[in-house]
Design a protein around this ligand. Sequence first.
Ligand SMILES: [Zn+2]
Ligand SMILES: [Zn+2]
Length: 287
Amino acid sequence: MQGFLQKLLSRGAYPSALLLAPVLGFVAMNLGAHPGLVLVATTVATIAFVALLERAIPYRDAWTHNHGDVATDSLFGVSSLLVPALWRGVADGLGITAATFLPSGLWPSELPIVVQVAIAFVIADLGAWAGHRLVHRVPLLWRFHEVHHSVRRLYWLNSQHFHPLDLTLIHAASVTPLLLLGVGPEVLVLAASLSTVNALFQHCNARVEAGPLNWIFSTAQLHRWHHVHDADYGHANYGAGLIVWDVLAGTRRLPTDAVPDDLGAQPFPRRFWQQLLRPFSNKEVSR
Ligand SMILES: [Zn+2]
Ligand SMILES: [Zn+2]
């Protein structure tokens, strides 16, 4: 019975969360819930679910223990909450809106909401993929993105372990096209809830098997290889929500070997402030 339940969680948890998050969010907003509140509730519920999965079906026992990283990961988690608001303020300040740059009415708001959310998710995800690829390719930008690759294990909390400047760039690449197109807040929140659910699952230390979804979404099974120090794997699987961009670009990697225990750029300072300042130092970068 326990084996059956674990198999069910392993195969069913991820697709169920991807489906339920936007459906429940849509229902909640139809009942009058504020879009911002819906995104917060989706994030909190997914964190709770993923944290439970990490206990019920851990992927790697060694990664279930505190590596002295929880305080740093938590501070990066808090700082990452500020980035969308920061970028929204900058975008508003620069007048980056549909009304200023583009003719109004570009966004197909007459389409069913499920189609609008799918379009918004794909556009934002392509921007995130391109931004992510850029920060791996440009040495100056890699200094900032290296902070995300310094994590030694994967679990839900380090899904937001990004240097704020790195996260701002990737977030801007992802969200700005939607702001320019004039996407409404409901569609924006439902697309963002899909991205949030995927990011949390992508970094989880749970034995989640995505099967054929590994050809569509950027799953935990694929993203673990993105955190491996070996550059052949580390500079691949750039997808945030979708892996199809990597399939098209020839950068999708999913070896059958076990993912190495030791991840990331090492040695690397472990404290939050040290990691914030590290890109500005003259220290060698890892690859
Ligand atoms: Zn990366
Ligand atoms: Zn990651």
